[in-house]
Design a protein around this ligand. Sequence first.
Ligand SMILES: Nc1ncnc2c1ncn2[C@@H]1O[C@H](COP(=O)(O)OP(=O)(O)OP(=O)(O)O)[C@@H](O)[C@H]1O
Length: 754
Amino acid sequence: MEYPINKRKAKQSNLSKKRPKLGHSNVDTLPWKTVSRSKEAWLGAEDGILELEEVEGVDVVYEETEGGRVAKFNIANDGDKHPNSEEDQGEAVAPEANARNDEAEAQSDELEQEIEPEAQALECLPFDTANLLPAWQSYPLHTQLLRSIYAQTFTAPTPIQSRAIPLALSGRDVVGVAETGSGKTLAYGLPILHHLLSRVRGSPKSKRTLKALILCPTRELAVQVSSHLNACLNEVSLDATPSSESVLDNGKGKSKKKREASEPGPSQAKSKARSPPPVSVAAIVGGMSAQKQRRILDRGVDILVATPGRLWDILEEDDTLAREIKNLRFLVLDEADRMVQAGHFAELDHILRLTLRSSQQEDTDPEFKELRKGKDVESPAEKEHMQTFVFSATMSKDLQRNLKIRKRSKPAKTKPASTLDDLLLRLDFRDPEPEVIDLSPEGGVVSTLKEGKIECLSADKDVYLYYFLLRYPGRSLVFLSSIDGIRRLMPLMELLNVKAFPLHSQLEQRQRLKNLDRFKSTQNSILLATDVAARGLDVPAVDHVIHYQIPRSADVYVHRNGRTARAMRKGFSMLMCAPDERRMVRALLGSLGRDESEISDMMVDLHMLDKLKARVQVAKQVDKAQHKVKKENYEKNWIKEAAEAMEIQLDSDFAPSDDEDADVPTKKRKDSAKVGALKAELKRLLAQPLLAKGISAKYITSGSRPIVDDMLAHNHHETMLGVMKGDAADELVTAKKKKPKKQVVHDEWNGFEA
Ligand SMILES: Nc1ncnc2c1ncn2[C@@H]1O[C@H](COP(=O)(O)OP(=O)(O)OP(=O)(O)O)[C@@H](O)[C@H]1O
């Protein structure tokens, strides 16, 4: 959490005029409120603001204790002039909360956004669906959602949306399988939001009870789903600024203009933060402050998007939440198959058991019995109405069939679930026959995706990768199987001036989100990721997916590829295949019903490759030399520091001898000189133009292939002279003809409008 520092002083002076009241409060019990942020302050902002919160009417006092200075908080009584009243418009409160013992909290970034009361008023405004969103006319969605769909220029539902939304709205359970990037989130999200926006809410002061639980396999996906749903609510609120007519205005290019015009100013943001949102969505994921997430839950949310691990941690201590989950209105499993792979099986199993009807619950499980004790307070009718949605881009046909014909008898009581099929078959669908919608393309290949492969030695993969990145600039997501591989490639890419960001499970969550956001906003960059990024992540403009190492299963291949070619955009995926990986590739494609020869080889300019090889070799040497110096320094310092801390004299075996001591500066100088020389060499190589064979940079009208014509036609490559600009997909050696693909059921959807 961060606060605008310039605002802090003014706030403090206001506060200091007030008389502190009795009673010290714990920082967690203060009445924190989320402050709406402008889009510029989103995840990628340089200062890393992930979420702002404000607290009003709190005075900070310091107490000297034996353990040092401690900040305490006094809440002013209501009679006091509100420090954040209209006079202080635009101020965000900045109590000396930074001083508190809650560092973890500063790193939390759950997304809980609120929309202002005007949005509720908008509900009554008519929306001209027939003219503005003709393709959505037959979907009886809440007008606020239609406005948001319009503002986001989703002119028509995607095929999975057009099939799933009517069923979900009519109360059915849905199992949806559709290609990556085909809009599955809103296929289940819109019916849930519609239900919650349409229901009459009790007093705004009453605590919300959880209505929908969306389980996601990864933290990033959970955060993304929650943002996606919030965007559907926020668009409404943004449009609710004075010129709400603009929503009804049938102008072209409306969306951008509208958003700009309606960007909330600080004072608006403040007023928004004060009113309860009609629907609140929060993400609860691991790697962020559990304390704060509990606080959000204590305040109450309507929709919870969570990863099973963190949710189960919280549930073990939070009986109220467990009770709410037992009475859910909607349960969603997004990418359920991945959740099982991610090692969250047990947690998922426990959570799902809470959603079973009493008649199906495990009476034999003492832990579960304990959770159930005396908590079944809601009417059974409400529980009967729970709708279950299971969505994925990959789900075996067998499992789909089994889900459909599954017997409605009690699930086996004795053992916990052991496989995904087992687990899904235990889901207590209230619908006697959940509707299974399977729109997955044959072989898992999205129609707008082109695939290629490069066969090379493992040792040469770095050079081929570098070649590909220079040859086909754009946004590339590079998948590796190990974190060590990412750690090795990161410095290499940096030395070669390739803008690279890492994403793996050992990075702090805040850093993960930040890197992802930087990748999203940097046009020519790469994300070096493990399969933590394979599922569900929606970065709209990923040009290439590169499998630096072969995915371990066909599903992972499909999901990795799904990070490009989303929403009917073009995309390219490239397999880098070492000789010892060929068998794996064959097996992987075989399990998708495909043949290895269906994937074309990439054309590679070997002359250019040689030049790049020289750069990569020197870059590796620089990295190695730098690493050696760092390691030596670290080891030396570590022993010395440890000895100093323990106040002991170093043994002669460890302490450098006088001779060695004398040698140290010389050795150091030598090592640094070596690094310097290698760096200079690399700089020289990087500065050299990359010329294709037979090209002259000096005489652009001569040489065996004059490049002047390409230049005049703006067709020349930016970094490789003499090479034509082009897409990777255009540079494939023709492959064996593919089997004709199954026709997509709904082909009227053409993705985003340009
Ligand atoms: N009706 C629509 N028209 C155009 N774009 C849409 C529509 N609905 C959703 N989108 C956009 O399509 C993109 C992909 O959506 P989403 O992330 O829900 O796909 P997905 O099917 O869940 O993908 P994955 O299987 O990879 O998780 C998002 O950027 C979303 O905003």
